[in-house]
Design a protein around this ligand. Structure first.
Ligand SMILES: NC(=O)c1ccc[n+]([C@@H]2O[C@H](COP(=O)([O-])OP(=O)(O)OC[C@H]3O[C@@H](n4cnc5c(N)ncnc54)[C@H](O)[C@@H]3O)[C@@H](O)[C@H]2O)c1
Length: 450
């Protein structure tokens, strides 16, 4: 059989399976991205197998218990009970999947280089079971070129060819944890493929599961779209963080400036300052592009400067805390007890990855102070790579008496489920990095913005 005929039959067969929803999807990596995606795909009528190397996750899923805020346990149970979703650690099941989606972590190494070891290991696991007529999609955030140069290259070691025997695509994830308005199925999805047949399969598969698909011309372009979105956030957050420090020195309130500036109906988009960047994406993804740019001998000064400014924020906040303790309470930070409010990196979620709150606690203790935390979403600090010494600390139960017992309360994350009025009335000194008290109309000499 000629290779063209083979390609067309592999494509036709998969196309037909997608159209009739008889294709089985496999989602590898059932975390913040993979689990909501697996459920959205199951909901659109496909049978889905979820794969993860963590057996604890499979135990939770089998018991119909979701461990991701964006997926309700009831919705998980519906998909499991209907037979459309099953989770396993057995990668042998990959052979039965027609569409395989990779949602594994893409962190940085200790030296802040891309760590593609999870993507590579997963690609090798897929290669072990690769057969003609499969579509393999990377969703993990990464530098332009990864899908074709790493994933496709590993899959082609089997002797099968991308674009004829099997198909390869990239579709970046755009989850926004805690967002009440948008979820996996309603966020427009960028899709790309290695060649026209792969792109066509990507459009029809994702078109079945999400409301809007946005095709682009190559996998590298789609990879660049994702990085552009996150670099845009990182740079703009760095800009308002810098403006915050400058305006504070001039006695100008940056939050008041932003509120007024955003009344301009065009040409301005509000970003808000804070205690530093957090989460798995914004502090990390920009450095994937920085790393790749070195290959082209091109500097990425904007990206690196933004990273520098954002990572200096926890230290700036601690400087403000020490100054306020000194001036307002006549107390040194080294002899103070500080309650950090909000451990998660953003409001109303439980995710503490890269959270600046951990760095704030560390800095307080490095200077001899004592740091506790309260977070309604995080009962205990789990094991983390960088803050192992904070592991096992538990969220203190918050009351007026407890708040009053600390020398200062430092608001790092403005969760909605906190009684800010009671905190304003009981804490002797408040450092507010989120402007939450002013937003709620609470003011006083003891509330200091930082
Ligand atoms: N969290 C977000 O909001 C978000 C948004 C956009 C993009 N992303 C990107 O999506 C990717 C995944 O991020 P996440 O937040 O879902 O991570 P996560 O840590 O929540 O989930 C990853 C999952 O992959 C599993 N895993 C690790 N190695 C594996 C392997 N070899 N085989 C199978 N499973 C494996 C882990 O056990 C975990 O359950 C990353 O590239 C990230 O940058 C995340």
């Amino acid at each position: 059989m000629s290779s063209d005929l083979a390609s067309s039959s592999a494509f036709e067969a998969l196309s037909h399976k997608i159209e009739t929803r008889s294709a089985r999807a496999g989602v590898i990596g059932l975390g913040y991205v993979g689990l909501p995606l697996a459920i959205a795909i199951a909901r659109s009528g496909f049978a889905v197998t979820g794969f993860d190397i963590d057996p604890k996750k499979i135990v939770h899923l089998d018991a119909r218990r979701s461990y991701i805020d964006a997926v309700a346990s009831d919705d998980l149970a519906t998909e499991i009970d209907s037979g459309r979703f099953v989770a396993t650690t057995d990668f042998g099941g990959l052979a039965a999947c027609d569409v395989i989606i990779i949602c594994v972590p893409t962190p940085l190494t200790k030296h802040r280089d891309p760590d593609l070891s999870y993507v590579e290991a997963t690609s090798r696991a897929i290669a072990d079971h690769l057969r003609p007529g499969q579509l393999v999609v990377l969703e993990s955030t990464t530098y332009p070129g990864t899908t074709d140069d790493v994933v496709k290259a590993i899959l082609e070691t089997t002797g099968l060819r991308s674009g004829t025997d099997f198909f390869v695509g990239f579709s970046p994830e755009r989850e926004d944890p805690g967002n009440q308005h948008y979820h996996t199925a309603t966020i427009p999805k960028i899709v790309a493929g290695d060649g026209t047949l792969a792109l066509s399969l990507m459009e029809s598969f994702y078109g079945a599961a999400v409301k809007t698909v946005v095709p682009v011309s190559s996998n590298a372009t789609a990879e660049a779209v994702k990085l552009t979105e996150n670099i845009f956030r990182s740079v703009n957050i760095a800009l308002v963080n810098e403006l915050k420090t400058v305006y504070a020195a001039m006695g100008i309130d940056v939050w008041e400036v932003i509120e007024a500036a955003k009344t301009k109906p065009f040409g301005y988009m509000p970003f808000y300052p804070g205690p530093g960047l957090g989460g798995h994406c914004i502090p990390i993804d920009p450095f994937y592009l920085t790393w790749k740019s070195r290959e082209y001998e091109l500097p990425t000064r904007f990206i690196e400067l933004a990273g520098e400014i954002n990572s200096a924020m926890p230290r700036y906040v601690i400087g403000k805390l020490a100054e306020a303790l000194d001036i307002r309470a006549g107390k040194a930070l080294s002899r103070s007890r500080v309650l950090v409010l909000g451990l998660a990196y953003k409001k109303n979620v439980a995710d503490i990855r890269e959270s600046p709150s951990l760095r704030l606690m560390e800095l307080i203790e490095e200077r001899g102070g004592k740091a506790d935390y309260h977070d309604p979403h995080v009962s205990e600090i789990p094991s983390t790579r960088e803050y192992q010494h904070l592991k096992g600390r538990v969220s203190v139960t918050l009351s007026r008496e407890v708040a009053a017992g600390y020398d200062a309360v430092l608001v790092a994350t403005d969760h909605d489920r906190l009684d800010y009025q009671a905190i304003a009335e009981s804490a002797p000194l408040i450092i507010d990095t989120r402007n939450v008290f002013a937003r709620l109309g609470l003011s006083g000499d003891h509330i200091v913005k930082a």
